[in-house]
Design a protein around this ligand. Structure first.
Ligand SMILES: *[C@@H]1O[C@H](CO)[C@@H](O)[C@H](O)[C@H]1NC(C)=O
Length: 311
């Protein structure tokens, strides 16, 4: 139903904006080549092309606006419509959250301390939770021991699977503690069952600390200790197609927490838009080299709904 409304909206947009038909074919072929896309049948090619066209108009209309704080692009997801679009019927009112950061620095970025690993690509159906849990242990260990390892998300997935399901009041770091810590990607031998005995764990954690719900001041305090595991709503189409800037789509509320990110820093742009710096697991070719800056102070995308970190 809501998906239908979106399609109708996009269809209306398309008729008013319209991509030049002469360049449409060329751009479609170029886009497919850039992202290595090919479809098994002409019919699917046609279907995907229609979705891509909707996204083309959506992105073009958005990027032409000068009252938005972020850009979108026709990235590798441009032939998809978000499977879980959950646009609210009317915009939810958010109370401004006062971030009590008088004593905190104006900006902070754990990447500059060398404690954040490379951006991963979880693939279409991977467990983002496993990646982010491994990344948070990686960062904790790097802060404590000065060595940054590439820890095995596959080990987290195989050994702590029941702790990865949303919602995220799950003690995944307690599970990692129970299995003796994590091994590196290079030494963990994937198997259908938990194979924690197949390798030597190199990074430990004692358990999970939970950040008080909907409290971005507390989230900031937690972040100053260690990068944080945050749960977000990543279902709006604008999130899939995010390119750069401060992501602030009002439709991105905390209603549908369906994805997780590693929160690694915060700042404020030249126009005064405050943001959180988050590492995604959709590859380097998404967003800002794999990162997204999410609007700070209004619980955008539910970023402060279910945050936690290892200690
Ligand atoms: C593997 O995990 C189990 C708990 O599932 C634990 O008792 C055991 O010590 C772990 N083995 C290693 C080598 O860490």
């Amino acid at each position: 139903m809501k998906l239908l409304i979106l399609c109708v909206t996009l269809a209306v947009l398309r008729s008013s904006l319209g991509i030049n038909p002469a360049t449409e074919e060329e751009e479609w072929q170029e886009w497919k080549a850039r992202y290595g896309k090919s479809y098994p049948t002409d019919e699917e090619d046609e279907d995907r092309r229609n979705v891509w066209l909707e996204n083309y108009d959506y992105v073009t209309a958005h990027n032409a606006r000068n009252d938005v704080t972020y850009k979108m692009e026709l990235n590798k997801f441009a032939d998809e419509l978000s499977p879980a679009i959950s646009y609210p019927d009317h915009e939810e009112v958010h109370e401004e959250i006062v971030v009590n950061d008088k004593s905190a620095p104006k900006a902070f970025d754990w990447r500059k301390k060398g404690v954040v690993g490379a951006v991963k690509n979880q693939g279409q159906i991977g467990y983002a939770e496993a990646f982010v849990a491994a990344e948070c242990v990686e960062s904790l260990h790097a802060i404590q021991a000065g060595e940054l390892f590439d820890l095995s998300a596959q080990e987290v997935e195989a050994c702590c699977r029941e702790f990865l399901q949303l919602p995220i009041e799950n003690d995944v770091f307690g599970c990692i503690h129970k299995i003796g810590g994590l091994c590196t990607v290079a030494t963990y031998i994937p198997s259908s069952k938990c194979a924690n005995a197949s390798c030597l764990p190199v990074a430990q954690t004692q358990g999970t600390k939970y950040v008080p719900k909907n409290d971005e001041g507390a989230l900031l305090e937690a972040l100053l200790k260690v990068p944080v595991f945050v749960t977000v709503n990543a279902s709006p189409q604008s999130f899939l197609l995010y390119k750069s800037g401060v992501y602030s789509d009002p439709q991105c509320t905390g209603r549908n927490l369906d994805h997780v990110l590693q929160l690694v820093g915060y700042g404020t742009d030249e126009e005064g838009n405050a943001y959180w710096i988050c590492k995604n697991s959709w590859g380097l070719d998404w967003g800002m080299e794999g990162y997204v800056n999410i609007q700070r102070g209004v619980n955008r995308c539910g970023i402060a709904e279910a945050a936690k970190y290892p200690y």
